[in-house]
Write a protein that binds this ligand. Structure first.
Ligand code: IYR
Length: 226
């Protein structure tokens, strides 16, 4: 935008103010709903309509971002051939991680989750959403413009995406094979984009199991300074 352009402001529309008792009910109900979310590793191959994924990504795209650059890209993978390639790329990195790269304290921290280098869900689940952060944006002249707070912005958008998918009735696994550069080529994304994570999306199997882990209490995660 040049200095000659007007910076326009518009009225706040669609803001709904609730009374305090409604707010208390809504806050409690939302917490009750989101606390049932669990990260799943046992995925069913059952199909999920594309439109549900599209609306959840639309929701993710409403996230706040540094200078409103919206520096994210969601590559939605349904192709069995691509999933197979992503699985084999990820398992190669994971094998290195579990056999060589990971220090013992990290392996100990992962033990309760029961993870290993085998990632069958990358082929079984109906969708993989590969999430990229855009460090730069190209304008119409091909000039690079730096984006701001990219990991933070992408993290917020991913949180909304996970919550939207959970709200729709789907389950997710946040998967971060490292390093993830192989995903640029497989997803046809430019080198100016950094893959941040793979969100595995679908339904759990009927006999899906999850680790017996708990969440920190409010007193452990918050301090109030009135
Ligand atoms: N990326 C590996 C290891 C892993 C790391 C963390 I931190 C986890 O919370 C879970 C797994 C894997 O996906 O197995």
């Amino acid at each position: 935008m040049s200095k000659m352009d007007a910076y326009t402001f518009i009225d706040l529309e669609n803001y709904v103010r609730h009374n305090e008792s409604e707010m208390a009910d809504r806050a409690k109900a939302f917490y009750q709903q989101v606390k049932t979310r669990r990260t799943i590793r046992d995925f069913s191959p059952e199909r999920v309509p594309r439109q549900i994924i599209e609306d959840c990504i639309r929701a993710a795209g409403t996230a706040p971002s540094g200078a409103n650059r919206q520096p994210w890209h969601f590559a939605v993978i349904q192709s069995p051939e691509l999933k197979q390639k992503i699985r084999s790329g990820a398992e190669a990195e994971e094998r290195e991680f579990y056999e060589r790269r990971a220090p013992q304290d990290w392996l100990d921290a992962l033990a309760p989750l029961g993870t290993d280098e085998n990632k069958p869900f990358l082929e079984l689940a109906p969708y993989l959403i590969v999430i990229f952060g855009q460090k730069f944006e190209l304008d119409e002249h091909g000039t690079k413009h730096k984006n701001y707070y990219v990991p933070e912005s992408v993290g917020i958008a991913t949180g909304i995406l996970i919550t939207a998918l959970h709200n729709a009735g789907l389950v997710t696994l946040t998967h971060t094979p490292s390093p993830m550069r192989f995903l640029n080529e497989l997803c046809g994304r430019p080198v100016t984009e950094k893959p941040e994570m793979i969100l595995v999306v679908g339904y759990p199997t009927k006999d899906a199991q999850v680790p017996d882990i708990s969440r920190k209490d409010l007193g452990e995660i918050a301090s109030f300074h009135a």
